[in-house]
Design a protein around this ligand. Sequence first.
Ligand code: FUC
Length: 746
Amino acid sequence: MRVGKYFLGLAACLYAAAADAERVPMKLWYDEPAKVWMTSALPVGNGGIGAMFFGGVAKERLQFNDKTLWAGSTTRRGAYQNMGDLFFEFDTPETCTNYRRELSLDDAIGRVSYTIDGVDYLREYFASNPDSVIVVRLTTPGHKGKLNFSLRMQDGRQGTTRVDGHTMTIKGTLDLLSYEAQARLQADGGMVETKSDRLEVKGADAVTVVLTGATNFDLASPTYTRGDADEIHRRVSARMDKAARKSYKKLKAVHLADYQPLFARVELDLDAEQPDYTTDVLVREHKDNAYLDMLYFQYGRYLMLGSSRGGQLPSNLQGLWNNVNNPAWECDYHSNINVQMNYWPAEVANLSECYAPFITYVSTEALKDGGSWQQVARKENCRGWAVHTQNNIFGYTDWLINRPANAWYCTHLWQHYAYTLDKEYLRDTAWPVMKVTCQYWFDRLKENTEGRLVAPNEWSPEHGPWEDGVAYAQQLVYALFEETLAAAGVLAVDDAFVSELKEKFSRLDNGLHVGSWGQIKEWTIQEDKQGDHQRHLSHLMALYPCDQISYLKDKRYAEAAKVALDSRGDGATGWSRAWKVACWARLWDGERAYRLLKQAQNITDVTVVSMDDNAGGVYENLFCAHPSFQIDGNFGATAGIAEMMLQNTVKGVHLLPALPSAWDDGRFKGLKAKGGFVFDVAWKDGKMVEGRVHSAAGQECRMYLPDAKLVEVKKSKGGKVAFTQEADGAVVFPTSAGKSYRLRFE
Ligand code: FUC
């Protein structure tokens, strides 16, 4: 155990010491350049645009993306596109000493450094959200005039590059969209020569390259576009001019001031130091080192900040990082697990603002009069909206219909409220969508022979027969109705719609049925096969991400969920293992959740799509491998780890519900719970010692602590706060909005 950081001294000092503790740096690092885009290049992103850097010495490649750059249209699926590349060619040899390539998650800056002939070379890479640019800075600390290289820009579709002064431009049109990207080079000292297809830097002291791009995509417009090529050009040029007026120091300071507070909201310290070996060695040879778990947890947060800030589109199957024009599954929005999993950590991991693009996407498309999502519903004579499984950014929705996805999306709309208690958002954004989605199901549900309402002709993605009342559909519609009723309560709506909702809810089959071998049943007619290892856990929606199954609600169903989950086995593709981590955490089995997490971290080099249960894991760059790269597994793992730390239950917030023995000592800071609470907790030898809760909304704080005894609650400044132990085991105390409370446990 590490001593001296926060476990020094008396238990009562733990929290104070923790507050002063140095954060363990969160870094991915390597001692050689990346060879393969998917497995070893490193990502930077500002939420809308992003890039992957390789860190080559003689040749560097920076591949870049804009999340809105899609081929395809309202009638053709198309695919998410590579925007382009920047190629640097240096006059130095490939051979160097002191090579290091790293990505710091703490400041969202990539760095490459090495020495040649006594000259130290340093590059920095970051994507700035406030300035909407990607920046590369090249320096030779302590030396002047040493930078000699050429810079070339290449369109992702083989278009031509225009070089104008020190600015290079690519532009083009796809089926519906137009796009443009610009790169501008500024050198300190030396000379820059403009060639027909490149810029040549000679003898510079330092160089800054600023890169930005945009398209004319607009989700809210009936044509999905707004403005023409000239308008994009003006927009991109204005961004570029504004950024180029700032010094590198200023650009970096603006980036750090924006990013660092968001990232620093959450800490997870599992009593491990940053290892002195590289990240590929960490994951290949030291998978049990808890630093990997800390890093993997935080990487999900980093990737969320990088791929889901602002704009109208959620992060796609690869977040926003993609180097080809025919990516696996078109890098689309898959509605039967993938896009949802991308948002599982958003609230609990304290990145509520990153939810906005997903919420905007769902609410805009669902409420678009006559839009494609509404047309899917109309074809079935239903109000509201529905989607198929595969979705591009232009409302085009195909492959098998996935009706319950509308309810699933709505559970996300509700989650955002449940954590933030933002009533205005609930009324203006979430409620209208939840209401019409309920109406879809009012029109669709039918009565079965027992007089219960069931969804007719449904599937359990992605296997088995189509039947009435399968668990997947019932559990999701149940969650939709339950949460919409809760929303009606908050908004004090009590009209004919709410009466109908109550009536239908009282007759709805809840999708929880225990089968012949003690399992939660997946289908109604077909027998569930024991040992069916299908990767989707669609009949366990009610266990996670929904919460109808819980030991605290009805032990019978929790036990049946355990049987069903166990029968699915531990093998799985990337995202599926992450889901299993969260499910085992919900069943309070920390050891099994941990075992799944370790399997989710299996190193792989497979870059082609495989459905093999044992091919999934992570690449050297810690991207989750389905395979191929699919970012849902990164986000799912972050959510799963959070679920091992904190759960919202009917009896209150359950702290450390699934702590494995491998994480016997540690602390977390900044995880969010429903009701506007933020928790910090420190534990030792598997026992909670101290904590803190911040109350944003002034709600009563309820905690369910079966493994710990709360002995003291104190206001941050001073006085003790009385708490009560309720008959159901919950401990409860009042809070004031904006105040923090220190908690001591025994
Ligand atoms: C779903 C999954 C696949 C894959 C694809 C993108 O269809 O069943 O495993 O993740 O989405």
